[in-house]
Design a protein. Structure first.
Length: 167
């Protein structure tokens, strides 16, 4: 009886090991390095006129504007959720605009609103919306929140909250 059990154990072991030994070696594909896109840099110059001790002096000021692509595109359907970002990344937050209301938004100290755009309605199918480009500037738990308010009263509409964990 012991010989039969031993034989069966050896047979099962062989059946399990043989396919692994004769299988072709699988090679993982080589990792390719992803090179981030270089931001488009535009230079805007303007002439600044100052009056110093009664004399008018002109000096040229050069401003460098970098257009960076956002890492996240967040819309109103992502209400009350949390996203992860690293310091320096940018998220675009887009919320619909209701007639007679405007968004009143706040961002915690670890976030900076670098661009604020209002887009009017194109037609009946595409309504007006508001976009904010928010950059993560400090690590920690941050938040971006807003409430719709009427300009001429204290009446409020929709509310929006986005938690951002910045690493």
């Amino acid at each position: 009886m012991d010989r039969i059990v031993t034989f069966l154990l050896l047979l099962v072991s062989a059946l399990l090991l043989v396919p692994g030994c004769i299988a072709e070696e699988q090679v993982a594909p080589e990792a390719t390095e992803v090179v981030p896109e270089v931001p488009v840099v535009e230079e805007a110059t303007e002439e600044v006129v100052e009056e110093v001790a009664g004399e008018v002096q002109a000096e040229e000021v050069t401003e460098v504007v970098a257009e960076e692509l956002p890492v996240y595109n967040v819309t109103a359907d992502v209400n009350s959720t949390e996203i992860n970002m690293t310091v320096g990344q940018i998220a675009m937050i887009e919320l619909p605009v209701t007639t007679d209301f405007e968004w009143n938004v706040t961002a915690s100290e670890g976030l900076t609103i670098i661009k604020d755009i209002h887009v009017d309605a194109v037609d009946e199918t595409v309504g007006a919306f508001h976009q904010w480009f928010v950059e993560a500037v400090a690590a920690g738990e941050q938040s971006f929140s807003g409430v719709e308010k009427k300009a001429d009263s204290e009446e409020t509409g929709s509310e929006y909250t986005l938690k951002i964990l910045v690493e």
